[in-house]
Design a protein around this ligand. Structure first.
Ligand code: CMP
Length: 140
């Protein structure tokens, strides 16, 4: 087991529904510690840069519009196997396919408005954390 850090984003559908506290409680119950957190509204350009890896996907334009449509909570989570653990707690990308008891199953509205994002690898986590946080903002 490795102590890891991962980037989490509570998406605009979830901040709109005022369920950030419920999501944070689930992260904590899974052993994920929130070691940095801030609420912000991404600009369209920031959303495009963050999701650049998807720029050739048909959903890219709509995704970037959605992610800059309202406030998000960006977070750094720390814990044993935090990357895989967070993905387990989030559930499958499409809420319709997510397992019972996962965040996306219980709160997600669609594959786009699926309440949360989580890094998918150690390398991605490093890049995504650095995208939003400077080292002094992360207190483990
Ligand atoms: P996320 O983990 O934030 O990473 C990329 C996002 O694109 C994904 O969650 C979904 O919300 C969104 N998305 C929209 N349509 C699709 C799709 N068809 N396949 C995968 N992701 C999609």
């Amino acid at each position: 087991m490795a102590l890891e850090r991962t980037l989490s984003i509570i998406k605009p559908d979830a901040t709109r529904s005022n369920i950030t506290g419920q999501i944070n409680a689930r992260l904590g119950a899974a052993g994920l510690r929130i070691i940095a957190q801030k609420r912000l509204r991404m600009t369209r350009a920031q959303a495009e840069a963050f999701y650049e890896v998807h720029k050739d996907q048909p959903f890219y334009d709509s995704l970037c519009r959605f992610m800059s449509s309202g406030p998000v909570m960006v977070q750094v989570l720390e814990g044993e196997n935090a990357i895989a653990k967070n993905r387990e707690v989030m559930g499958a990308t499409d809420p319709a396919e997510a397992a019972p008891g996962t965040i996306r199953k219980d709160f997600g509205k669609s594959i786009e408005a699926n309440s949360v994002h989580g890094s998918d690898s150690v390398e991605t986590a490093k890049r995504e954390i650095a995208f939003f946080f400077s080292p002094v903002e992360i207190v483990g």
